[in-house]
Design a protein around this ligand. Structure first.
Ligand code: GYE
Length: 316
């Protein structure tokens, strides 16, 4: 099964020659998904489990991330975990890590280099997530007898060049293209942040009347939370208790609150808890066990009809 988690967090490992030096290159602090993801790494790669973690905040700067890889190589860490902001620009730095014999593990978003250059990639099937958003919308419209109605869609995009944005956008675009009665009235980048979600939505509402918007698909939860503020300022009615259909990605705790409050229709889950699987890969490598090139995390879809049922189980 492609979406089954092949690996789970194991027992605390016992390493023979002291602490394992791990360098983690993070994207930044763009979203609550990211905070949950960072915390998971900080809780997993602790001294008690045999690690010394060097955490580098990429500050939303691809250049800073690449510089961090050279720094970590110079520090002779045992492993580099990279969670890239964008897919491109990594060739030389990865080459240098390879030459230095430092294994590179890629997690969350991907990098565009030959897959022989890194050990493994662990993350979500973003394209599939995009398709799930469309499938949810199709079902919702069918159930409400609206599948033939014209539909004006606004898309809030994540960071340009980021796998999460590319994959979701492709899944969404394919779905939209399959419907002659659906039209994209605006598609703008808001970099996965709540602040830009709000300001970009304000700009869109400056050009397009809220009454002309039927659906907002946001490539993460935080951007749609920001968009909600812009809609409120414009006096627009949205969510299950209102008119505009609201769909986003991540399934944060706050998204569950919004679904229960009638402000968000659906959130396509993206699991930020990747550290356990990354640790398992490192344990396998230490034990000389071969690892796969790709590990997908298992994910669901939640909506306003079942949010109350699941909210207590949510851990991020
Ligand atoms: O959806 C978004 C975050 O790369 C999957 O990045 C991640 C995305 C996530 O900032 O909220």
């Amino acid at each position: 099964e492609e979406n089954e988690p092949q690996i789970v967090r194991g027992e605390a490992p016992e390493f023979e020659d002291g602490l394992i030096q791990i360098g983690l290159i993070q994207t930044g602090k763009e979203s609550d998904w990211r905070d949950a993801n960072t915390e998971d790494y900080l809780n997993t790669f602790v001294e008690e489990r045999g690690y010394n973690l060097i955490y580098v905040d990429g500050n939303s700067s691809p250049d800073r991330q690449i510089k961090a890889m050279y720094d970590l190589i110079q520090q002779k860490v045992d492993y580099i975990i990279v969670q890239p902001i964008v897919e491109t620009g990594w060739d030389d730095a990865i080459e240098k890590a390879n030459q230095s014999g430092i294994p590179v593990i890629v997690a969350d978003r991907q990098i565009k280099v030959d897959e022989s250059k890194y050990v493994t990639w662990i993350g979500s099937d973003f394209h599939e997530e995009g398709k799930k958003a469309i499938k949810w919308l199709e079902n919702y419209l069918t159930e409400n007898g609206r599948s033939k109605d014209p539909l004006n869609i606004v898309v809030l995009e994540g960071t340009e060049g980021a796998t999460a944005a590319i994959g979701r956008a492709e899944g969404i675009a394919e779905g939209i293209a399959a419907h002659d009665n659906w039209k994209v009235v605006a598609s703008e980048c808001a970099n996965f942040t709540q602040g830009e979600g709000q300001s970009v939505m304000e700009e869109i509402l400056g050009k397009t009347d809220a009454d002309k918007i039927d659906v907002i698909i946001s490539e993460n939860d935080n951007m749609i939370f920001g968009a909600m503020k812009a809609l409120e300022q414009a006096g627009a009615s949205y969510g299950p208790n209102g008119r505009i259909i609201m769909i986003s990605f991540d399934a944060l705790g706050e998204a569950f609150q919004k679904m229960m409050a009638g402000k968000l229709h659906a959130s396509i889950e993206c699991n930020p808890l990747l550290a356990g699987n990354v640790e398992q890969v490192i344990m396998d490598l230490e034990a000389g066990i071969a690892v796969d090139k790709k590990y997908y995390t298992r994910e669901s879809v939640y909506d306003y009809t079942n949010a109350a049922q699941y909210i207590d189980e949510r851990v991020y």
